[in-house]
Design a protein around this ligand. Structure first.
Ligand code: ADP
Ligand code: MG
Length: 687
């Protein structure tokens, strides 16, 4: 679905304490206008955008309103780009990178991406990041200082990409922030003046978000028809858009200025053409600068794009601010057509390898082992690095092959030319010895004598056809001057935006091509043989040099092939390593499984033991209670027995005393009876 680019402008707080003497910018809702000091608006200088942020607005709010949707769409598979455009010191870097208290768009986007993917449980994600700088129309890798002057390539699978750019696979926001910090350090490596460089270079932070639906059946093998969503998110901090007139004097700075303006002019030109609507979109000069080529899909293509144009409020910058607003209002008219990018899993080897690891990771997911996760991440990064390295080497090899072919062709041409010249010389010799000049009315070279007659001469071609420099006539047609030192008082930028410039080739600073001189027409015939002989000698020398060069190239080519072979070997070793890793992981998975089973059994045993222990302890409690009761009973029984014993004792004592008293009574009684008997004797027969 076609949708407009979302454009906002942001006015930063004033830095200098200059007092406003003539005009000032007023922000009302989504409109910004230039006013005279006493408040009257200046007619014609008032613009409306999707959002206009005043100086009190935080990065958080800018992100929330302008960029968040683009970031969320990127997680869902749409390409996305957010630019910051504006003159130096207007707040581009502040907006993109932020400050410790107010994190910029990049930090918020990174956090948001990881937060969002955490919430999506039915897809698995793979995120790669890269960070590059375009300085003097050269692309440098900010993650690897050694990767300089990288080339842009295009392939069916990857679209437009920077060959050899390091990509890092990441799985959390902190990792990305650390990488960005190291990138910033690399950017300023060896720099004496950081600000000068940052205002002259463009930086592109890029996230590639791949995702795949999780197979709910959890089958072990991936179906090759499963589609992977791939989206590219670019977060771009552009170089300062000020006119070169301000960039200053000559030398290096001016050269830098030219290149910056070339990139930004081409960006302006691309936006200008895109804003003219579909009819005039026939040719959009994306290829005229590295910046526009890399961001091609973000401009008028398959992407959701937001642009924030930063403005300096100071009166001294009013002209630049107007230029920025003009740029912003043109950008507003561009429509893009974003759609989810889906590719098949077997589209690229890299993807297949990623899936292999992904598969392992999925299998091991139950183990929750952080060490294994880390190992897998390292492995993935190693493989990615290897892929990128191989890709770079392949490109170099391809380039080498191409130049080798070119050289061979040149050598063949030269040889052909020599043959022609030799035949010409022998013809000349023959004709001078015969001292006759034949006439040939059909031959246009007729007036130069017989030696121009041979038809091969023209066929030999290149050498004798005078070639005009591509650049030699451009000034007649283009308002752009060859040299930028002339434009100090011209507003080239405005011209660009008004569409005066049709061809930016005039900006190329390549020197005029070497032109093969045409043999002077008024050469006396008698000198010609000498000249040709001399020429022949020259050409022979050139050929020898070319052959030497060819041999050198052939040697290099062989070395490259050898290197490639070595790399292939390394690759297969890596593959073997991967295989071994895979086996190891599988073995550890198996071990883990059997351990888990044992653990389960032990757990069950423990549970049943626990159960019987708890039953026993319950019984024990009951028995203890019973025992206590019995003890109590026993104690009371013992007490009772003691009491009884005491009673028995008492009783026996009293019994004994009673016995004694009875015995004494008995004795007394007996003695009384004895006494009575003695006193009263009884006749014996009565008894
Ligand atoms: P640029 O990248 O466009 O050259 P910077 O982002 O470096 O500009 O901003 C220049 C200065 O202005 C910096 O010191 C920055 O902290 C400050 N600045 C820019 N925008 C804001 C803002 N919105 N709020 C507070 N300070 C800002
Ligand atoms: Mg900056």
């Amino acid at each position: 679905m076609a949708e407009k680019i979302c454009v906002a402008v942001r006015l930063r707080p004033p830095i200098s304490q200059e007092t406003c003497s003539g005009t000032f910018w007023r922000v009302e809702d989504n409109r910004i206008s230039l006013h005279k000091l006493h408040g009257t608006p200046i007619s014609g200088i008032s613009y409306a955008f999707d959002y206009v942020f005043d100086e009190t607005c935080s990065n958080g709010k800018v992100y929330e309103l302008l960029t968040k949707d683009v970031i969320h769409a990127a997680v869902d598979g749409f390409n996305g780009t957010a630019f910051a455009y504006g003159q130096t010191s207007s707040g581009k870097t502040f907006t993109m990178n932020g400050s410790p208290n107010d994190p910029g768009i990049i930090h918020q986007a990174v956090n948001d991406v990881f937060q969002k993917i955490q919430m999506i449980s039915d897809r698995e994600f793979l995120i790669r990041v890269s960070y590059m700088e375009i300085y003097n129309e050269e692309i440098n890798d900010l993650f690897a200082v050694q990767n300089q002057k990288l080339q842009i390539h295009e392939s069916l699978e990857r679209g437009i990409f920077v060959a050899g750019l390091r990509e890092e696979i990441v799985n959390n926001a902190e990792q990305v922030i650390k990488l960005l910090e190291s990138g910033e350090v690399n950017r300023h490596f060896g720099e004496t003046n950081m600000n000068a460089r940052s205002s002259r270079s463009h930086t592109i932070f890029r996230m590639v978000i791949e995702s795949k639906g999780i197979d709910s059946r959890q089958s072990a093998d991936y179906s090759s028809s499963d589609a992977i969503r791939v989206s590219v998110l670019n977060l771009v901090d552009l170089a300062g858009s000020e006119r070169i007139a301000k960039t200053g004097a000559g030398g290096v700075r001016l050269k830098e200025g030219k290149y910056i303006n070339k990139s930004l002019m081409v960006l302006g030109n691309v936006i200008n053409k895109l804003s003219n609507g579909a009819k005039q979109r026939a040719h959009i000069p994306y290829r005229d600068s590295k910046l526009t080529r890399i961001l091609q899909t973000a401009l008028g293509g398959n992407a959701k794009t937001s642009i924030i144009c930063t403005l300096a409020p100071e009166e001294v910058h009013v002209e630049e601010t107007k230029g920025t607003l003009l740029f912003a209002s043109r950008a507003k008219r561009i429509t893009n057509c974003a759609q989810v990018n889906e590719i098949m899993t077997d589209a690229a080897l890299l993807k297949r390898q990623q899936l292999e690891i992904e598969e392992l990771r999925r299998k091991l997911q139950g183990s929750r082992s952080e060490v294994l996760e880390q190992e897998i991440l390292n492995l993935r990064n190693d493989m990615l690095k290897y892929e990128l390295e191989r890709e770079k080497l392949e490109m170099e090899l391809e380039e080498e092959r191409r130049s080798h072919k070119d050289r061979e062709q040149r050598i063949r041409d030269q040889q052909l030319k020599i043959e022609n010249l030799s035949s010409l010389v022998s013809d000349g010799d023959r004709s001078s010895s015969q001292d006759s000049r034949k006439e040939s009315p059909k031959d246009e070279c007729n007036d130069r004598g017989d030696y121009f007659k041979t038809p091969c001469f023209k066929a030999a071609g290149n050498g004798f056809v005078a070639m005009r420099s591509n650049n030699s006539q451009l000034q007649d047609f283009s308002p752009l001057p060859d040299s930028f030192s002339n434009v100090a008082d011209e507003d080239t930028w405005f011209k660009m935006n008004k569409g005066y410039i049709a061809d930016l080739d005039s900006l190329q600073m390549s020197s005029a091509r070497k032109v093969q001189s045409f043999p002077p027409q008024d050469i006396a015939p008698e000198c010609s043989n000498d000249i040709y002989k001399e020429e022949l000698q020259n050409l022979k020398r050139q050929i020898e040099l070319a052959i030497q060069e060819k041999n050198k190239l052939e040697r290099k080519h062989e070395q490259d092939i050898e290197l490639n072979g070595r790399l292939m070997g390394e690759r297969s070793e890596l593959k073997q390593e991967l295989e071994a890793c895979k086996n190891m992981l599988e073995a550890s998975e198996e071990r883990y499984g059997s351990l888990e089973r044992k653990f389960q059994v032990l757990k069950e045993e423990r549970d049943s033991l626990q159960k019987s222990v708890s039953e026993s302890s319950q019984k024990l409690v009951v028995v203890t209670n019973q025992k206590e009761n019995i003890m109590k009973d026993l104690n009371s029984e013992v007490q009772r027995r003691k009491d009884l014993e005491a009673e028995i004792k008492q009783f026996s004592v009293s019994f004994a005393s009673r016995q004694r008293s009875l015995a004494s009574i008995h004795g007394e009684f007996k003695s009384k009876i004895e006494k009575l008997r003695a006193e009263n004797p009884v006749p014996l027969h009565k008894y």
